[in-house]
Design a protein around this ligand. Structure first.
Ligand code: FES
Length: 327
């Protein structure tokens, strides 16, 4: 399991920043001295230290064979905790950023397969990298073929449309805009009714992933792959301040409304392993000693929730409550 500690972050230069859709900006990052960046697999992400202090995971959206730069895209989360806003408003081309090496919780297993990509909103980013890789390999004589379905509210809010249209020589790309009406969403049943040899890769809002999950339950195991971070429902939940008590030192720390327990611990000099920071990977699992917790992760079983907490997303149930953790 990948663990992110301070020493895992390195410095990258923001070479370019551009708006790619309403509320979405892309950042091209390079090594400050022009060296190659670490190799990665399509679907990988990096963790970035934002100017607001939080760490955020962003999928790499460039072709993985390109190592002179990497590209991420960030959506402005109007109701978020400030991480995306600080990246978009405070980070400009020419500045340095602290970022981790690429990590792969989600990856294109075999680009020579038949693949169905289903993207929603900013969830397009890891799938764009995968489609770019398949397109390049196909131009070089590879066998893979893809169909790419990109769902968004409208064309204005759909990032990388020209880039996706440019991949049509290697696959089929279609766009579906629902105008913000969930009843007008793409009907996946005709696409998923009959399982084929294809692998499905899906990344987007929870509603879209739930719909694909519901309609692909009869597909063979291991053929349907989901990525959820970056579109984490927990970021949109209402937050209140509370306190944590560290049982070993008996120290009490405040956790502010716009802060996670993990961030409060880091600020106080405590190091806790983490990776996804969206409640999906399991790295930050911590023993819970006392207190009522609102569990917001996708990892813990019901029985685990009695005595553990994922400190990257979960919080006290009530404002100003105290929860005690085994640190
Ligand atoms: S860091 Fe992944 S679940 Fe908390």
């Amino acid at each position: 399991m990948t663990q992110v500690l301070d020493s895992d972050l390195t410095t990258l230069l923001v070479q370019d920043k551009r708006q790619v859709a309403k509320d979405i900006w892309s950042f091209r990052l390079v090594h400050p001295e022009g060296q190659s960046l670490p190799a990665f697999k399509a679907g990988a992400h990096i963790t970035v230290q934002t100017p607001a202090g939080q760490r955020r995971n962003y999928s790499l959206c460039n072709d993985p064979s390109e190592t002179s730069f990497c590209e991420i895209a960030i959506k402005l989360e109007h109701n978020g905790r400030g991480g995306s806003r600080s990246m978009i408003e405070q980070v400009q081309a020419g500045q340095m950023l602290q970022a981790s090496a690429p990590k792969k919780d989600f990856e294109l297993l075999d680009p020579s397969h038949e693949v169905i990509f289903i993207a929603g909103g900013i969830g397009v980013t890891p799938l764009l990298s995968m489609a770019r890789q398949m397109s390049k390999l196909q131009l070089a004589g590879g066998q893979g073929h893809f169909r790419f379905y990109y769902c968004a509210r409208d064309a204005e809010g759909a990032a990388f449309m020209p880039e996706l249209q440019a991949l049509q020589n290697a696959g089929e790309v279609s766009f579906h805009f629902d105008g913000g009406n969930p009843d007008a969403g793409l009907d996946f049943w005709p696409l998923l009714e009959k399982p084929s040899q294809a692998h499905i890769y899906c990344c987007g809002p929870q509603g879209l992933m739930d719909a694909v999950k519901d309609m692909s339950g009869h597909w063979p195991q291991g053929r349907v792959h989901f990525e959820s971070f970056g579109v984490n429902a927990a970021q949109h939940a209402t937050n209140s301040p509370f306190q944590i008590k560290l049982s070993k030192s008996q120290t009490v720390l405040p956790v502010a409304e716009k802060e996670s327990i993990l961030e409060a611990l880091r600020k106080a000099g405590h190091r806790v392993p983490s990776s996804c920071e969206s409640g999906t990977c399991g790295s930050c699992k911590t023993a819970l000693v006392a207190g009522q917790v609102e569990h917001r992760d996708f990892v813990l079983s019901d029985s685990d929730k009695c005595n553990h907490i994922m400190v990257c997303v979960s919080r006290a149930s009530q404002a100003n409550d105290l929860i005690e953790i085994d640190l």
